[in-house]
Write a protein that binds this ligand. Sequence first.
Ligand SMILES: [Zn+2]
Length: 81
Amino acid sequence: MSELSCQEIVELVTDYIEDTMPHEERRRFEHHLSYCPGCVTYVEQIRETIRATGELPREETLSPAMREGLIAQFRLWQRDG
Ligand SMILES: [Zn+2]
């Protein structure tokens, strides 16, 4: 079972929250969350956004700068971990 990267988590988060991903992929996603607090925080932020706006943020609502910021942050977390 190959592990998901943080970048894949960012890309898959809406599928995870919508529960539209295959069972096996969901397990891999949750496995990643079990050891990566950065991604847990990210998923929580997306959930908060959904609660606040009533809808899922789509790919285009994450600006490239925001994505890059998140991915840079994940790298820091990984380096520290
Ligand atoms: Zn991660």
